[in-house]
Design a protein around this ligand. Structure first.
Ligand code: IPE
Ligand code: IPE
Ligand code: MG
Length: 249
């Protein structure tokens, strides 16, 4: 098959790809269905992208599943999303294990309903031995919450005398974020034609390549994912240097 995948250079893959899965509600609306129908169909995209990422050899895939701000949606939708999470974690567990994928989560898990937190912790426990790829769900997550939490933890250490103020640098700070064991994402994808970060991985994505597509999340499939990876490989990542400095002598 003539897939975009054939053009991807295996040696130039990002280690970590983060995705803002957006557009479920609009997708459902175009079909005259309730928003929750869009969320249910979004699960099909999650499966496709997870499989595509694992097959390519991506080490970390972080999916924004529920933001701290999403609590302000109608309670019917919030409840449906939480229930969908539980169902999805249980129904996908076997596939995760079959594909040697480890589940992890970032966000304020203590703020989740008990059933959702239980399913999540269960999924994390049952897949912890897998090492092919780590699938990270951002749940009840927001960057500002995470940065404030990290600041608190650091301040506590300083207060106790376990850390000196002049020891605080970017690396110490990053170690206090929920992503401390995860490398920064090199590629951040957002679907549905919105061009914003919505409080997602603001610290970690400082040097991420941003990729925006008009495709609504429930329509996003493996080929769309390959397109994003290919676009990433065609970018020049300069990290503040000039283009000429990047040419190896
Ligand atoms: C993304 O789709 C899913 C979540 C935020 C949970 P939306 O529900 O935001 O869909 P739109 O943006 O309203 O179309
Ligand atoms: C961001 O999408 C959060 C998730 C994808 C979980 P939203 O749809 O909530 O973002 P805004 O409100 O349009 O910025
Ligand atoms: Mg949205």
């Amino acid at each position: 098959m003539n897939s975009v995948k054939n053009f991807i250079i295996p040696e130039k893959l990002p280690r970590h790809i983060a995705i803002i899965m957006d557009g479920n509600g609009r997708w459902a609306k175009t079909k005259g269905k309730p928003r929750v129908f869009g969320h249910k169909n979004g699960v099909v995209s999650v499966r496709a992208v997870t499989e595509a990422a694992a097959e390519l050899g991506i080490e970390y895939l972080t999916l924004y599943a529920f933001s701290t701000e999403n609590w302000s949606r109608p309670s019917f939708e919030v409840n449906a999303l939480m229930a969908l999470l539980v169902d999805t974690i249980y129904s996908e567990m076997e596939t995760l294990n079959k594909n040697h994928i480890r589940l992890k989560a970032i966000g304020d898990l203590s703020g989740l309903p008990d059933s959702t937190r239980k399913a999540l912790l269960d999924g994390i426990e049952k897949t912890k031995g897998n090492s092919r790829m780590t699938l990270v769900l951002a749940l009840n997550y927001s960057s500002r919450w995470e940065i404030v939490e990290a600041t608190r933890k650091i301040a506590e250490k300083v207060e106790k005398g376990d850390l000196a103020v002049n020891e605080i640098d970017a690396s110490v700070f990053a170690q206090h974020l929920t992503t401390s064991m995860i490398p920064d994402p090199e590629l951040l994808i957002r679907t549905s034609g919105e061009y914003r970060m919505s409080n997602y991985l603001l610290w970690q994505a400082a040097y991420a390549e941003l990729y925006f597509t008009e495709v609504l999340w429930p329509d996003f499939r493996k080929e769309d994912f390959y397109e994003a990876v290919l676009a990433y490989q065609q970018r020049e990542r300069r990290f503040g240097k000039t283009s000429e400095q990047l040419v190896t002598p």
